[in-house]
Design a protein around this ligand. Structure first.
Ligand code: NAP
Length: 241
């Protein structure tokens, strides 16, 4: 059995990625923070479609909680390792910089960057030992071009690109790849306050993206077919930039 861990898999992009990786044959570890019912529904859907998975609740920005969760999993699976890690969990706390609070700044950076660090340093060990692994990190168009009102989010999402490129070079010899997916506007809870008409005007392809479209790209980057791609950032944004 091959295992894939997806953070923030109770809703939105993470949910679609978890369902897709289950279809690809992975046993999916569904991480989430608060949405118990939604996470359970994702697992139920996976099982209903003949796949397998398990829930793993922890806050990615809590170092001790991450360690405890991964240690627990490794104890329960002494002969297995997680070969695919999708760092997807993320939040928005928009404000213009002059009014941004410490809490808004730190909560966004902690979830994206601390979350990446605490979890990846644990999970990558097993990949390196087994000389096989795929790490896919979810950034954003905001991390590539910067977005006004999102200095915290743009910093976090640009940071994830830098750290992915550095880590890709550290682990390449062990046949572990590290890539970034940078979505534009995708239809999830996170974008429900964005006016659709405005998006249609801004996006050359004239529509908002679907979570399944992002999941298909992650699926490819998690597969054997992407073995020669590492340290890359792939945008999926309908032509915005
Ligand atoms: P979403 O619908 O708001 O879902 C966010 C997910 O992250 C939920 O499953 C949530 O779990 C989880 N999460 C949040 N904080 C967490 C924490 N501290 N620990 C563990 N899980 C946590 O967001 P989304 O639109 O799917 O976004 C997913 C990723 O794509 C994010 O990194 C986001 O920045 C990025 N992105 C999204 C878009 C877009 O247009 N939607 C565009 C570019 C990039 P609980 O509900 O259980 O707390």
């Amino acid at each position: 059995m091959k295992y894939a861990l997806v953070t923030g898999a109770s809703r939105g992009l993470g949910r679609a990625i978890a369902l897709r990786l289950a279809k690809d044959g992975f046993s999916v570890i569904i991480n989430y923070n608060r949405s118990d019912d939604a996470a359970r529904e994702v697992l139920e859907e996976i099982v209903l479609e003949g796949g397998s998975g398990e829930l793993m609740r922890f806050d990615v920005s809590d170092s001790a909680a991450v360690d405890a969760a991964i240690e627990g999993w490794e104890t329960a699976h002494p002969d297995d390792y997680i070969s695919v890690l999708v760092n997807n969990a993320g939040i928005r706390q928009d404000n213009i910089l002059v009014f941004m609070t410490d809490e808004q700044w730190h909560s966004v950076l902690n979830t994206t960057l601390d979350g990446f660090f605490y979890l990846t340093r644990r999970v990558v060990k097993g990949m390196m030992t087994h000389r096989n692994g795929r790490i896919v990190n979810i950034s954003s168009v905001s991390g590539l071009k910067g977005m006004p009102g999102q200095c915290n989010y743009s910093a976090a999402k640009a940071g994830i690109i830098g750290v992915s490129k550095a880590l890709a070079q550290e682990v390449a010899k062990r046949k572990v790849t590290v890539n970034v997916v940078a979505p534009g506007f995708i239809e999830t809870d996170m974008t429900q306050d964005i006016p659709i008409d405005e998006i249609k005007r801004i996006v050359p392809l004239g529509r908002i993206g679907k979570p399944d479209e992002v999941a298909a790209l992650v699926s490819f980057l998690a597969s054997d077919e992407s073995a020669y791609i590492t340290g890359e950032v792939i945008s999926i944004n309908g032509g915005v930039m």
